[in-house]
Design a protein around this ligand. Structure first.
Ligand code: CAA
Length: 386
């Protein structure tokens, strides 16, 4: 292995230990199943068990809710290592804070004690449901209706692209009490599996992260107790965005993991593949490609760790850096994985080697948790104001 790993970073003792453990789990218990789960599109049961056994589900949660309080950089390090092995499993892993952070950020004490300790152990699985068929980038344009009736809200509508929606025990669902109010009407609810009027819909057949289920959710007169509302009416959009400010660096970390995996595979192959009487690594054209790939991954990692550290040091409003990290790292992963396929030549285009999977998995990093075009809009808005 070359020096392009994340070992050369200044981390605390706890962060180094969690990264080492995540690397061991990823390489010994996740990587061996990745190609199989990708090919079969099956839920990555064994990989999820490995993550749960290692105690990784609780690292983003405070100790009072059963977590280990290791923070956002530790979460990013675990995401990076797991994504190196299997991006679908890493996506499933990150879905726990994505679905659970709204509870930590905006829940009542009763909501926190009810859900968070069991999310910390992995006994309960969470999901986050913001997008709809007609509201992807324009999240404030969502239409799923929440109508107050006494001590309940009645939900009607369809959500889309919900990661883990078919396995989650509790889903943070964003609906609206008045679509005319756009962001100011959005309200968050905790919907539990099995609630009457809630059914899981179509499971998507995807290009990449195939083992991570992505489903539609249908609500037909689904009665949700007022006690399951997160925050006040109209606070849902802010809760959704504050959550993404924390999870976008971790999404960037997954992209770093994919990029590193693609780079590692390309370096190893370039050393071993002989053409014109020598290893292709001896050709400067290949060396320059590898050097560019390494710089892309390194820059992405710097941006991701910086944005994650901002969360850990209590810097709120890290929107600018979180979007930069997610955007840069997603673009870098796509570029590096594409170049890795190129280094492998025809072999890279086959399923005999993992680089085609890395390329398919990298693509979603430019799309989910806000497209990279939306990230650029956010960055520009921060720059220009307004
Ligand atoms: N933190 C706190 N508040 C925020 C915020 C943030 N980061 N971003 C916006 N807000 C507030 C604003 O201050 C504003 O409130 P005021 O009116 O009181 O000032 C309100 O929210 C509305 O903000 P905007 O006017 O900026 O809203 P907009 O309609 O222009 O949209 C957007 C902004 C950035 C485009 C947003 O819609 C967005 O991020 N879209 C992308 C959605 C997205 O990321 N979806 C991913 C789904 S999750 C997923 O993919 C995960 C998965 O399955 C794995």
């Amino acid at each position: 292995m070359g020096i392009a790993m994340n070992d050369r970073f200044d981390l605390t003792e706890d962060q180094r230990l969690i990264r080492e453990l995540a690397r061991t789990i990823a390489r010994e218990r996740v990587a061996p199943h990745a190609a199989h789960y990708d090919a079969t599109e099956a839920y990555p049961e064994a990989s999820i068990r490995a993550i749960s056994d290692a105690g990784f589900y609780g690292i983003w949660l405070p100790e009072q809710y059963g977590g280990t309080n290791l923070g956002c950089l530790a979460l990013a390090l675990v995401c990076e290592e797991i994504a190196w092995a299997c991006a679908a499993t890493a996506t499933q892993y990150l879905d726990q804070p994505l679905g659970g952070l709204p509870i930590l950020l905006a829940g009542t004490e009763a909501q926190k004690t009810k859900y968070l300790p069991r999310l910390a152990t992995g006994e309960l699985l969470a999901a986050y449901s913001l997008s709809e068929p007609g509201a992807g980038s324009d999240a404030a344009g969502l239409r799923t209706a929440a109508t107050r009736k006494g001590d309940r809200y009645v939900l009607n509508g369809t959500k889309q692209w919900c990661t883990n929606g078919d396995h989650a025990d509790v889903i943070t669902v964003f609906a609206t009490v008045d679509p005319k109010k756009r962001a100011k009407g959005v309200t968050a609810f905790l919907v539990e599996r099995g609630m009457s009027g809630f059914v899981v819909g179509k499971k998507e057949k995807k290009m990449g992260i195939r083992a991570s289920p992505t489903v539609a959710l249908h609500f037909t007169d689904c009665a949700v107790p007022v006690a399951n509302r997160l925050g006040e009416e109209g606070e849902g959009f802010t809760i959704a965005m504050q959550t993404l400010d924390i999870t976008r660096p971790a999404t960037g970390a997954m992209a770093v993991g994919i990029g590193q995996a693609a780079l590692d595979a390309a370096v190893a192959y370039a050393r071993e593949r002989q053409q014109f009487g020598q290893a292709i690594a001896a050709f400067q054209g290949v060396q320059f490609m590898l050097a560019d790939m390494a710089m892309q991954v390194h820059a992405a990692r710097l941006m991701v760790y910086h944005a994650a550290r901002q969360v850990d040091t209590g810097i709120r409003s890290n929107t600018y850096e979180a979007s930069m990290a997610k955007c840069w790292a997603g673009d870098a992963a796509m570029k590096v994985a594409t170049d890795a396929v190129q280094v492998f030549g025809g072999y890279g285009y086959t399923r005999e080697y993992p680089v085609e999977r890395f390329m398919r998995d990298a693509k979603i990093m430019q799309i989910y948790e806000g497209t990279n075009q939306i990230q650029r809009l956010i960055i520009a808005k921060e720059l220009l104001g307004g």
